[in-house]
Design a protein around this ligand. Structure first.
Ligand SMILES: [Ca+2]
Ligand SMILES: [Ca+2]
Length: 332
């Protein structure tokens, strides 16, 4: 009956046909999974957005050089019903120390058992980009710039005749990056972690990457931290829950969780919802201590996120809900 009414209203021109929703964002998630736990929460947000038809996770590539990062990612993807998403691992990367939480993967189903069994991250980036439509791919980079810098330096292979920089220029629409700091922290310039762990790669990305980049600085994730009550109460539809368990292993007690990597994922998939404002266009640089500088320039490829108090509350709320959204078909 309702359908008939709508059809007659459409035919009579009383209401306009709803515009087609935008197609899902083809997304690559490049992460240092195993260091801070926000990478795990951000991967949960990606799965929630894919379940809503808003993105398609093409691949996950890792910049933390530890054998258990890949199995943990495969276990999270399996938990959310997408255990076949390709996972690529860095070789000879940074931060080789053990994680506080990736070891929990052994208690959850997954079939990728070691990082050494995953394809090389740079090779996987090339393969995935080569198979996508021109100008379509969004990359959320929430760890170090190691993989994207190596992509820039890569040469032709069986998937593409293009060098890495030309391949990125052809296929990538946007890189949404959690890196840098665009406000002082405790009255001092802040050498942000994702920059300082691989400064040459971070510098290379700012000078050589050919597409627009939007930065979520250190301050944004602090301003939009997830309320600790969400971490306490919103995951009980599954027990154990791989994301909630990872959070507890990383932290000794409950506290508001800075949402650093989640903000870059949110902007990557929903850039037009006014969750954030953007700085003017310009150019980001890092000095050799990893301190961020930004110079306005009309033709600059770089912008950074800004959030006013009302936007911060919306971001906290939507990220809490998305990170804790049950997997498809989850009944418990
Ligand atoms: Ca798998
Ligand atoms: Ca991270």
């Amino acid at each position: 009956m309702l359908r008939l009414v709508i059809a007659s209203l459409l035919a009579s021109g009383v209401i306009d046909e709803a515009p087609a929703p935008p197609p899902p964002v083809p997304l690559i998630y490049d992460t240092d999974m195993g260091n801070d736990v926000d990478d795990a929460l951000a991967l949960a947000v990606i799965h929630a957005l894919e379940s809503r038809g808003e993105c398609e996770l093409l691949a996950v590539t890792i910049t933390k050089d530890h054998t258990l990062s890949a199995p943990f990612i495969d276990a999270v993807n399996t938990f959310y019903g997408r255990g076949d998403v390709p996972v690529g691992a860095v070789r000879e990367g940074v931060t080789k120390q053990d994680s506080k939480f990736t070891g929990i993967a052994e208690r959850y189903p997954h079939d990728l058992k070691r990082g050494e069994d995953a394809p090389d991250a740079t090779a996987l980036l090339r393969e995935v980009l080569a198979g996508q439509a021109d100008g379509s791919v969004v990359i959320a980079q929430v760890g170090f710039s190691t993989n994207l810098a190596r992509l820039l330096d890569s040469g032709p292979d069986e998937h593409s005749d293009l060098n890495g920089r030309d391949l990125a220029a052809k296929k990538v629409k946007l890189v949404s990056i959690m890196a840098g700091a665009f406000k002082p922290h405790n009255d001092r310039p802040h050498p942000e972690y994702n920059v300082v762990k691989d400064i040459p790669a971070a510098q290379q990305l700012t000078t050589d990457w050919p597409t627009p980049i939007v930065y979520s600085g250190f301050e944004i994730g602090l301003e939009t931290a997830l309320p600790q009550d969400s971490m306490k109460f919103d995951y009980r539809y599954a027990s154990p829950h791989i994301i909630e368990e990872a959070y507890r292993h990383y932290n000794n007690d409950y506290h508001d969780q800075p949402s650093w990597d989640l903000t870059s994922v949110l902007y990557a998939v929903r850039p037009d919802r006014n969750y954030f404002s953007l700085s003017p266009k310009g150019t980001v640089t890092y000095d050799d201590q990893g301190i961020t500088r930004f110079a306005e320039a009309d033709n600059g490829l770089h912008q950074y996120l800004i959030a006013d108090p009302a936007q911060r509350e919306r971001v906290r709320e939507v990220l809490s809900a998305l990170a804790s959204q049950p997997p498809d078909g989850c009944v418990n």
